[in-house]
Write a protein that binds this ligand. Structure first.
Ligand SMILES: [Zn+2]
Length: 213
C-alpha cells in the first residue's frame, strides 16, 4: 500500500513528507536479466528513495546519516548533481545515493544506485544516459570481490549498453570460471545477435530448454 510519512532530515534537521510502501504486495511478473523484478512496486522502487527537499540528502531513512554522508551532501559535486536539470528527479536521487554510498565505501550500494538510475533513464527513454549509468554500475560491480559480483547482471549491463565486444569477453571469462552458465550462455546468444534490448529471465530459461543446455 502506498502511504506518506514525515521524516526529520538528519543532515539539516528539517521535516519533509515522502511516499513509501507500507507493505509490498508481491505481484509476479517477468523478471529482467538485470534483476529488475516484475511487480509494480519492485519495478519502480527507484522512485521511492526519499530525498530531503531542503538540503538534498538522499537515503532510505532520512533520519539517519553517517558523518561522511553529512560532509558529502555539502560538497560542490553533490550540489552539481542536485542542479542537473537534464535528468528526471528519480535519477538525480539515485545519483545522490550513489555519491553517498561511494564516500561510505559501500560499493554494492553504488552499483545498485547506478542500476536504478539506468532504469529511470529506460523509463524516460533517454538511452545515452541509461548507457552511461549502466557502465558506471558495471565499473562498481567490477571493483567488488568475486563473491559479491553478479556475473549475469554484469553481462547484461554491458550488453544493454551496446558494448558487445567487452560483453562477449566478459561472458567467455565467466564461463571459464563456471559462473551461472545458462544465464551467461543466453547473454552470449543475444550479444552475438547484437541485441541490446531488455530480456527476461523467462526468455533465458526458454532458450535453455530449446537448446538443451
Ligand atoms: Zn535535509
Amino acid at each position: 500500500m502506498l502511504c506518506r510519512r514525515k521524516m526529520i532530515c538528519a543532515v539539516c534537521g528539517r521535516e519533509s513528507e515522502h511516499r513509501h510502501f507500507r507493505s509490498i504486495t508481491m505481484v509476479l511478473g517477468e523478471e529482467d536479466m538485470d534483476d529488475r523484478r516484475g511487480g509494480w512496486a519492485e519495478r519502480y522502487m527507484y522512485c521511492f528513495t526519499p530525498r530531503c527537499p531542503h538540503c538534498g540528502y538522499s537515503a532510505p531513512d532520512l533520519s539517519k546519516a553517517s558523518y561522511r554522508a553529512r560532509i558529502v551532501v555539502k560538497t560542490r559535486a553533490y550540489a552539481d548533481i542536485l542542479s542537473n536539470k537534464a535528468l528526471p528527479e528519480a535519477a538525480i536521487t539515485q545519483l545522490c545515493t550513489a555519491a553517498i554510498a561511494k564516500i561510505e565505501g559501500d560499493t554494492k550500494g553504488v552499483a545498485r544506485a547506478y542500476v536504478w538510475a539506468a532504469w529511470a533513464m529506460d523509463d524516460e527513454k533517454i538511452p545515452d544516459k541509461a548507457t552511461e549509468f549502466r557502465m558506471q554500475a558495471f565499473e562498481a560491480f567490477s571493483s567488488l570481490g568475486p563473491a559479491d559480483q553478479q556475473p549475469v547482471v554484469m553481462a547484461d549491463l554491458l550488453r544493454r549498453a551496446g558494448q558487445f565486444d567487452q560483453a562477449r569477453q566478459f561472458c567467455l571469462n565467466a564461463l571459464q570460471d563456471g559462473c551461472d552458465l545458462h544465464g551467461i550462455r543466453a547473454e552470449l546468444a543475444w550479444i552475438d545477435a547484437q541485441d541490446a534490448s531488455v530480456k527476461t529471465a523467462e526468455q533465458a530459461r526458454k532458450m535453455r530448454r530449446k537448446r538443451g543446455w
